[in-house]
Structures are given as C-alpha cells and as structure tokens.
Ligand binder design. Structure first.
Ligand SMILES: [Cu+2]
Length: 181
C-alpha cells in the first residue's frame, strides 16, 4: 500500500524529470559551431510553446556582426524582415551593401505545444571567432517567451531560464580539422 508521502515523492520525481525535458527543449540552434566568415545555414529548433500554449510568432534578432541574412520561407507562416541601415557598409559581389536584415519574423502556424518545428536562415558569420547569440521572441496564442538571456563569464547556460540560442564561431582551420575525423 502506498502512503501519501510515497505518492508525493513519486510526483516530485516525475515533475523533476518533466522539467528537465522542458529545459532541454528550449529554442536552440542546430549547428553548435561553424567557421568564422562562413556562409552558413542556421536552424532554430522550437521544442515547445509558451507554458502549453501554441506558438504563432517566432522573431529572430540578427546580431550586428552577422551579415547577408536570408530567411527560409515556411508553408503556413508569413515571413517578414526588418532591414536597417549599416553603420559600416561593406562590399559583396562587387556591390556596396549599406543596409542589412536585422530581424526576421515568421507569423502563422499555430504550432501546437505537443509538436516541434524548425525555422531556418542563411547568414554570413562574423570573421572573428567567439560565442554568437541570437535573441528570439516566441509569441503564443496565450503569453510569450523572450529567449534573450546571455550567460555571464563562467556562468553555465543551464542556470539560465530563457537562454538566447547560441553557437560557437571557430577559426577556419580548427573547424576544418574537426571535420577531418
Ligand atoms: Cu525550453
């Protein structure tokens, strides 16, 4: 016969496992690392809604060090971009580029909490190696989640409730070496 306290303990364990799964299902980038300066596809994985509510808007902020962003259209979602002038224009294919995409928004769905989906962009990554963060706003039929937290020096990502999706920009040679195995 189970006592009340045993049942409570079991419930706590189940809740613990469940919240671990939630933590593992944040919005993340599928590509953990890529070479500096590379033209790279980045896939943002949306693992859950807002506290059970279906997702109907995903908005990605593009860091200033990232250029030439091209979002991938998705069936059932309306795609919009926010283009802003650049403080430092650059040259691409012999043309001067003086403005760039700073925000990409997919509106539609809705993507039920029980399902999973992916949103992709193609970008030119920064030439400087380091950690790269993309702030994402997830809006749902009920409520919203702002994936904007950036860990402090030495702070683990796991301690953040709503970490901004991140990736590592590695020196070109390191990355080529990694893929030779
Ligand atoms: Cu999560």
């Amino acid at each position: 016969m189970k006592t009340i306290s045993q049942i409570t303990r079991l419930a706590l364990i189940v809740t613990g496992i469940f919240s671990m799964q939630i933590a593992a299902a944040h919005i993340t980038i599928d590509q953990p690392s890529a070479s500096a300066g590379a033209y790279q596809k980045l896939t943002f994985k949306v693992g859950h809604g807002c506290d059970g509510s279906a997702t109907n808007v995903i908005k990605i902020s593009i860091p200033v060090s990232v250029s030439g962003t091209k979002p991938m259209p998705k069936a059932g979602w309306q795609l919009t971009t926010n283009i802003a002038p650049l403080t430092t224009p650059y040259t691409s294919h012999g043309k001067t580029i003086s403005s760039d995409v700073r925000e990409v928004t997919w509106t539609g769905g809705p993507l039920p909490d029980a399902y999973y989906d992916e949103f992709s962009i193609q970008v030119k990554l920064p030439d400087t190696p380091g950690k790269l963060y993309f702030k994402v706003s997830q809006q749902c039929e009920k409520g919203s989640l702002e994936w904007v937290e950036i860990p402090q020096e030495g702070q683990g990502k796991g301690s953040l409730k709503y970490p901004a999706p991140s990736m590592d920009i590695v020196p070109v040679n390191d990355h080529e070496h990694m893929h030779q195995h």
